[in-house]
Design a protein around this ligand. Structure first.
Ligand code: BGC
Length: 688
């Protein structure tokens, strides 16, 4: 107990310290240079690729350079261990809460050091283009600003424990289908405005320690070998940390040695001595290339203290109460209530009888691939278990949906609430393949059958993004997008269903309501017959032309004139909020925006308010609005809270392809305050 109190205190101190990230300083550069000058060529070659099971760097014992252990990410510490299972990325983005992201990152940092892991292979920040992408669940949705802010706080949380965070996958790995071959063809402005910002902010504001390149070629050149991407862009932002390849995504020795990459993972497919030494001998690759790579690795280790401190932090238990709490705090803020015909919350009463059933009712569903975790024995709380532990005033029965009997049907039809838990799992939504838009087979029919028996059905959906809800949307009383809530997800959902906590999650992507409505549909590779034809060839690469450009998601709603089913930023609560008293004042390098949000209900609830900027007189085509700020607070029933957001120069600029740089907007810009991207409550304007 004492140990937990002491380490919780240390947590607080380290979070304060997170304001000072582990930047590479001159002393780290000098130390790395000195070590490199004493390394042999063989030792240098050894250091630039992964070792053992592919999750270690190479030690150089005679120089005191330790082997550093790494693990996936992003929902907890994965490799060869059981660990706290945090909610998935799309849930974290739905919280619109920097605190939740900081807390999860910090919990993961603690869990990592408790296992001697010092490089975490997370966060994943690839933007959501299509509902089909098998890894949407790991990422933070469609908006670059929301993604950047969630990632930055998550990184700060991890790195405050002296654990290197690895932001991935750089860049434009936005689908899993044929991910090694399909070139993401993206224009310069779109890259800079949409796909780079999360990486750039992590470098400039978070001093992130490592960046992982993506599997896909970018504009025809594989990311790990793309010098334009790594050297001309990432390094130009001031990145001095480690650039590693994704697992098995390297093709040529020369490409890897000259792109700016530092670490080939998981092992030396192309940087092995047999391939490398002839190139060194004939001068195509020089020892300076090797030195540059080793220096990046060692100066980063030095900055994080890894050359001096023990890898294992013995003061933190592997099953850590602090981590469990952080997992819950995020889990309970992320589920998005899409629809509620007055069914929820179900209040405690002697008469209420909840029936829970469905394929995901008594399992903790999760997305598959490298993001899948092994939870600590006994810590997973399923939805059924969460509901059963609600206690006095609630009676819950779990039904086996595969054997429904006549008695069961009677019980359902009489239930005061039927909680139907459907959605995907690690087999049906996973890395390395894209998924179906519709729910897995048989689930639509199950929902329809339950809805016919009882009008009081709430459908709880586990997924990493939009699913086809058209077959039953109008037949059920409530719909909750629950994403993948991790080990605390069942408890968090039970607290939401019972009203102990009001839902406060908001959609981090546009819920189009059909695949075809999403303007990306026309450009999604799998639908392009040309791609299928050349599928088996490595050259020329098939491609996904990012034809929607900067008009992704809600940015495209007005541009393409398509009305989504639910807009970006949308999510219901159990109360209503009034917005008033907007003030926009010039302050420092930009504007201070503040406004009052009043909870007009009787019970406490949290509201995530969004600040959009809409330039009216731009010289270039701009989306009609862009998210540039958000704030979230818990507000007691009947009370008000003042919200505030600072809009800096970033909020008022666009990427200019003529000068290859960001250019400030001129003229009038609207400042829009919304409960969602489509529900603008207050507005003002500034003249730049
Ligand atoms: C994934 C990475 C992951 C790596 C190691 C790859 O398949 O794309 O995100 O970090 O495996 O597990």
């Amino acid at each position: 107990m004492q140990r937990i109190i002491v380490s919780a205190f240390a947590r607080c101190l380290s979070l304060v310290a997170s304001a000072q990230p582990y930047l590479v300083r001159q002393s780290d550069r000098d130390r790395a240079a000195s070590l490199v000058s004493r390394m042999t060529v063989d030792e240098k070659i050894d250091l630039i690729s992964g070792k053992v099971d592919g999750f270690w760097t190479a030690p150089v014992e005679r120089l005191g350079i330790p082997a550093v252990r790494m693990a996936d990410g992003p929902q907890g510490v994965r490799n060869k261990t059981r660990s706290t299972y945090y909610p998935c990325g799309i849930l974290l983005a739905s919280t619109f809460s920097r605190d939740a992201a900081l807390g999860v990152g910090n919990g993961i940092g603690c869990d990592a050091t408790a296992r001697g892991v010092r490089i975490m292979l997370c966060p994943g920040v690839n933007l959501y283009r299509t509902a089909l992408c098998g890894r949407n669940f790991e990422y933070y949705g469609e908006d670059p600003y929301l993604t950047s802010e969630i990632a930055l706080n998550y990184i700060n949380g991890i790195q405050s424990e002296r654990v290197i965070a690895t932001i991935k996958h750089f860049v434009a790995n936005n689908q899993e289908y044929a991910r090694h071959r399909v070139s993401s063809n993206v224009d310069e402005r779109t890259l800079n405005e949409l796909y780079f910002p999360a990486f750039r902010k992590a470098v400039e504001k978070g001093a992130v320690g490592a960046v992982m390149t993506s599997y896909n070629p970018l504009n025809g050149t594989h990311a790990a070998e793309n010098a334009w991407l790594i050297t001309d862009n990432l390094r130009a932002w001031g990145f001095e940390g480690i650039v590693m390849s994704d697992w098995v995504s390297t093709y040529t020795t020369l490409g890897v040695m000259t792109s700016g990459l530092d670490l080939e993972m998981p092992r030396n497919h192309v940087t092995n001595p047999d391939d490398l030494k002839p190139l060194l001998a004939n001068g195509v690759v020089t020892e300076r290339d090797l030195d540059r790579m080793c220096t990046h690795i060692l100066q980063t280790f030095s900055a994080f203290g890894l050359l001096d401190l023990p890898m294992l932090n013995e003061s933190i238990p592997e099953d850590y109460e602090f981590s469990r709490n952080k997992a819950y705090e995020a889990s309970v803020q992320g589920p998005v209530l899409l629809k509620n015909d007055g069914l929820l919350p179900v209040k405690s009463s002697g008469k209420n009888h909840i029936v829970v059933l469905g394929p995901n009712a008594d399992v903790v569903a999760f997305g598959g691939g490298s993001g899948a975790m092994h939870p600590i024995e006994g810590r997973n709380i399923t939805l059924a278990a969460g509901l059963k532990s609600l206690g006095k005033g609630y009676k819950t029965t779990l039904l086996d949906y595969t054997a429904l009997t006549a008695d069961d049907e009677k019980l359902i039809s009489k239930a005061s609430l039927v909680v139907l838990s459907v959605g995907f799992n690690s087999k049906t939504e996973t890395e390395n393949s894209d998924r179906t838009y519709g729910l897995p087979e048989g689930q639509d029919a199950l929902v329809a059958r339950m809805a016919a028996l009882n009008p009081r059905v709430v459908v709880v959906v586990n997924s990493g993004g939009e699913v086809d809800i058209n077959p039953w949307k109008d037949k059920v009383g409530a719909i909750i997008m629950a994403w993948y809530g991790g080990q605390e997800g069942g408890r968090a959902l039970a607290d939401i269903l019972s009203g102990k906590v009001a839902p406060s999650g908001k959609l981090p992507f546009t819920f189009w309501g059909s695949l075809e409505k999403n303007p990306v549909y026309a450009y999604y590779t799998q639908r392009n017959p040309h791609i299928l034809e050349v599928k088996k060839d490595r050259n020329p690469y098939p491609f996904a032309q990012y034809g929607e450009g900067i008009f992704l998601g809600y940015r495209g709603v007005e541009h393409f004139d398509v009305e989504p089913m639910y807009p970006f930023g949308f999510g219901l609560s159990y109360v209503n909020f009034d917005y008033s008293d907007l003030s926009v004042v010039r302050a420092g390098d930009g504007y201070d925006v503040s406004f009052t949000v009043k909870n007009t209900g009787k019970t406490e609830a949290a509201e995530a308010a969004q600040v959009y900027v809409a330039p009216l007189a731009s010289e270039v085509m701009r989306p009609s609005k862009e998210l540039k700020g958000f704030d979230k607070h818990r507000i007691a029933g009947g009370k008000s809270v003042r919200y505030s957001v600072h809009l800096g120069p970033d909020a008022f600029s666009y990427y200019d392809t003529a000068s290859h740089s960001w250019k400030p907007e001129r003229g009038e810009c609207k400042i829009l305050i919304g409960a969602s991207s489509a529900d603008i409550r207050l507005q003002s304007s500034v003249t730049l």
